[in-house]
Design a protein around this ligand. Sequence first.
Ligand code: URA
Ligand code: CA
Length: 434
Amino acid sequence: MRMIDVIEKKRNGEELTKEEIDFFVAGYTNGEIPDYQVSALAMAIYFQDMTKDESVYLTQAMVASGDQVDLSDVAGIKVDKHSTGGVGDTTTLILAPLVASVGVPIAKMSGRGLGHTGGTIDKLESVEGFQVELDGDTFNKLVNQNNIAVVGQSGNLTPADKKLYGLRDVTATVDSIPLIASSIMSKKMASGADAIVLDVKTGSGAFMKDVEGAKELAQAMVQIGNGAGRETVAVISDMNQPLGFAVGNALEMREAIDTLKGNGPKDIEELCLTLGSHMVYLSQQADSIEEAREKLKEAIESGKAVETMKTFLAAQGGDASVVDDPSKLPTTAYTFEVEATMDGYVSEIVADEIGIAASMLGAGRLTKESDIDLAVGVVLNKKIGDKVKKGESLVTIHSNQQDVSEVSEKMRQSIQLTKNETQAPSLIYHVITE
Ligand code: URA
Ligand code: CA
């Protein structure tokens, strides 16, 4: 087989076979096929698209390019959740113990990640003593015992995706639906889950700015998952403003604990109940989505969900007493309020800018090596649609620096007020199952 023939075939709009896709993925991973040929193929895919079968083959070939997590020693139907990324997204910290508390085995591999705030692992490390490095046997044992364990990323998962994503980044071929969908799904499938629930974000703070684009991406990912034998559901949710109130690592941990106790922001709770009920249903812990949702609400009301958080933190060496007393989480030396300059309503909160403000305070990593300050961040006191009075606080800045004038200015510019009453945006747009 010759790579030039594969490129030409795709350029002409024909469908590639499984053998052709396996050939280019394996050849690219082991260095036999050069970047320039794969760049040409990526551009041909960008213009000609891929069929459902091609997308499934590409995903499976990328999964096969590296290690795969073996969860066969863990009993039950393991369900994983993935979010396409947003600002202040605390859902994983809540969902993992919440669904585990009603019997769903959560064997989660998570990243530190670059971004406005840290990844789930960083947020968990705001709990004193919490260990994210577990060997495979301990990890499986904890999931069997408690239905939940979270481990830091290790091993050589999907090297083909790493290489291809890097190449796409510099050849203007990132925003191709089949390439994005196969990239995300390959990582999820290599992490070993039997079923996958996707949270596809849409809005100004998301990768997909409009609902139609998000729907297209969601459909492509659901088709890949189902086509590869992993039942997959996608929820399309709003990211026109940050989720919940808190943006920052320890601040989000605190928000997660509040939500598990039933005292969290309503948007986060609703999103967690929606994503969680699909996870519970896919894991066959309920006979319908409605029954699953009732089970989750009951777990929050009875305290079972928050108890599972304690068990989980303690099992990995963490100080579980932070759940009863969140004031033990890291805090900052200073807090500052950003006040409303007029009476009115909040009409816009630019999610991206709020994220950038949090990273300016030190909540996010700029490079893989940089340290982050787990305590810093911002907490919104108002969301879109809320009424405000002049002088009321719109947002609280948690900082270890005494001068936050730049961050305050950024917050003032990213929260718009109007005289007229405004509507809060919808939270859930669609649920895609095929
Ligand atoms: N995120 C990924 O992991 N891959 C893509 O291709 C785009 C976003
Ligand atoms: Ca939040």
